[in-house]
Design a protein around this ligand. Structure first.
Ligand code: PGA
Length: 251
């Protein structure tokens, strides 16, 4: 099971280090079926990654990846730093799709580059209900653009994050999330008929907290969660991990 925490640009370097130290000192090794991935900002990645160097259940990821291997791009993390410090990279978060106009094409390109350096992309998608940014960026188009580009044997993760559930305190209806997770799994299955294709985990994100996490982890087709604001203090995050570690949710 996956518990991902996106720290966005909410923490200073000192706060990120403080949070990582706080989690490190209180993590209990018995959570061995949970993959925890922390996504600090670029300035804090190396510091956080060093703190968890010897903790196998905790990985570190970048909040975005480079668009090209050899082109210079001001403001981008380098491909070599991505490969050195990160096991995962978050791509296509709706805040980036909306604010920066990131396209499916750009996201797919970043995903293939990340895979080339051994980093697993976590690709955020949203739904086709009028809240999408343009008619070509609904769920199916977002998935197909990735599936058309990524080799069928490569591993990636999909995070379904309805835009109206992000940062609002109002999570999506679990029934709807189960339905969309089914559509995502089916779309992936139909496109990857190659023997030995890895299981592609599907996560839910949007206003997850310690009160509602169980209703999402118990859903068929949901392999974990992507957490934003509830992951910014050690107390809140550990309460969530505690709930998630209840063995009946471990998948
Ligand atoms: P939230 O953020 O948990 O604060 O809604 C989730 C996200 O942006 O990934």
């Amino acid at each position: 099971m996956y518990i991902l925490a996106n720290w966005k640009n909410s923490l200073s370097l000192e706060d990120s280090k403080g949070l990582a130290d706080g989690l490190y000192s209180r993590f209990i090794q018995q959570y061995h079926n949970i993959n925890i991935v922390l996504f600090p900002d670029d300035v804090s990645i190396a510091t956080v990654s060093l703190i968890f160097d010897s903790v196998s259940m905790v990985s570190v990821g970048a909040q975005d990846g480079p668009l090209g291997a050899n082109t210079t791009l001001t403001g981008s993390i380098s491909l070599s730093n991505l490969g050195k410090f990160c096991d995962y990279v978050l791509l296509g978060h709706s805040e980036r799709r909306i604010t920066l106009g990131e396209t499916n094409e750009m996201i797919a390109r970043k995903a293939t580059l990340a895979i080339d350096v051994g980093v697993i992309p976590v690709i955020c998608v949203n739904k086709e209900d009028g809240t999408e940014i343009d008619p070509h960026s609904g769920l199916k188009a977002q998935l197909e653009s990735i599936l058309n580009r990524i080799d069928s044997r490569s591993k990636f993760v999909i995070a379904y994050e309805p835009i109206d559930a992000i940062g609002t305190g109002i999570s999506a209806d679990p029934k709807e999330v189960k339905k969309i997770a089914g559509i995502i799994h089916e779309t992936i299955f139909l496109s990857r008929k190659v023997k030995g294709s890895p299981h592609i985990p599907v996560l839910y994100g949007g206003s997850i907290n310690d009160k509602n996490i169980k209703s999402f982890l118990s859903l068929e087709g949901i392999d974990g969660v992507l957490i934003g604001s509830a992951g910014l203090t050690a107390d809140n995050f550990l309460r969530i991990i505690e709930k998630a570690s209840d063995s009946q949710y471990l998948k």
